[in-house]
Design a protein around this ligand. Sequence first.
Ligand SMILES: [Mn+2]
Length: 320
Amino acid sequence: MANDSRYNEILDKITSARSIFLTTHEHPDGDAAASICALAEWLKFLGKKYYLFCADEPEAGLRFLPQIEKISRDIGAVDFKNFDAVIVLDCGALRRTKIETAIRESRLPIINIDHHISNGRFGDINLVDAEAASTTQLLYELFKRGKVNISRQLANCILTGIITDSGNFAYTAANSHTFSVASEMLAQGANAREIINCTAKNKNLAMLKAWGFALSRLQYNARHDIAYTVLTQADLAEFGVNKQELEGLASFLNNLKDAKIILVLHELGDGRIKGSLRTNRNEVDVAKLAQVFGGGGHKKAAGFEVEGRLVQYNNSWRIE
Ligand SMILES: [Mn+2]
């Protein structure tokens, strides 16, 4: 396997380092947060120093992950001279860390571990496998090769990434190997029910009302075979929900069988609009579509951000 030597290089780098800077993409999802926590757990076990950074706070439901409270949104006091390497997890493009310049200027070796098909191979070592259901699954492979003892906490991290990024095992990336890794994690003490309760069955009333409003606005564009909906900043304010709380809406709408592609557009409040794309069709690659708009992701789930605001014209919406 082409990645075999990369696993060994990464194991060498980590075991020889004294101190490592770990980061992931902004608006961290379950896999992003669980990847940082999994690696932090191992570094703690090895007695290494480390700093955990993410531009945004992980959602409250993920608080069961070990060391998640150590993920900082502050790099003001960070001196990159104190580190031997930067590990970027679950992140298709370095700019999505929001600290690309600081990382580049540090001149530290960058280890890029990811499973986004759109990954830009920005690291000095790139362990990128778009076939993996989650980044935590790649960490599992790394731990196996490193003969790391999978504690209950590590197993919970690995399974959290797999469950959240595979839509509870529904996406095509969840193959027989994914299920066997998940099974092994359960045997090591991971708690699938707790993970699903905390990451999927965690919606509050305001969120579901906002989702309901988005559902009532669902439009179907026959020419492109796309079903889409939108939420403006005014809508979010009216329902009292934030952009993080829309996480999952696009995947929920992807239950629809009558459209090839699902698109959810919502205003971010900074003059930008976020688009989330989903598909269930084998022949459709929404990562390619997202890349047209400067975004990226996976074949079946991808996203992008564009400048503009959402404006309604009669029964349809435009980006202006
Ligand atoms: Mn992921």
